[in-house]
Design a protein around this ligand. Structure first.
Ligand code: ZN
Length: 179
């Protein structure tokens, strides 16, 4: 039976668990899509979890024979702008190089370009890894670009009103029309 542990195997089915030490020499690739609704830690932080995340996990060894994993995730997350409280589309295109380590001591020896991936008990859960990458990509305070933010647009109108260039009634009428 074909499995991810075979030579040069490429899978679009995400295994629940896998032994990364066994797949780095095969240069295994797991790529596909996962519904955001299947990621419990992320789901609660989203306004809407109906879309998918595209992922690609590429296992290999680097020039120093280190076991490494290139993890790529891409999606658009629906968040709430913390300024105007309206919905915000947040694009994520994250690309991380992880080096497999079996102890904290090994982490200290890694070159800077790698983040450590501690493999305890001999396996990793790819779904957790993808979810971790998305959680790390979240902005601390989600906010629209100033020109896109409803709050900012209102703020500009108030400033114009204060400067006397526009009557308060004209501003209010414009706001009413914008509803
Ligand atoms: Zn906003």
């Amino acid at each position: 039976m074909l499995s991810i542990y075979n030579q040069k195997f490429m899978s679009s089915v995400l295994p629940g668990q896998l032994d990364p030490w066994r797949v780095v020499d095969n240069r295994a690739i797991v790529a596909g899509r996962l519904p955001l609704s299947s990621l419990p830690r992320l789901r609660g932080l989203l306004l809407d979890a109906t879309s998918d995340v595209r992922f690609r996990l590429g296992f290999s060894r680097d020039e120093a024979r280190r076991a490494v994993l290139h993890c790529e995730v891409a999606t658009t997350l629906k968040l709430r702008c913390q300024r105007c409280l309206e919905a915000l589309d947040y694009k994520v295109n994250a690309d991380t190089w992880l080096a497999l380590v079996s102890s904290i001591d090994e982490e200290r020896l890694l070159p800077e370009r790698y983040d450590p991936l501690l493999v305890d008990e001999g396996s990793i859960r790819p779904r957790d890894l993808i979810e971790d990458e998305l959680l790390l990509a979240l902005p601390q305070i989600p906010m629209h670009e100033p020109v896109m933010c409803a709050w900012q647009i209102l703020d500009v109108d108030v400033a114009r009103m204060r400067s006397g260039k526009e009557s308060p009634f004209a501003v209010l009428a414009a706001l009413e029309r914008g509803r």
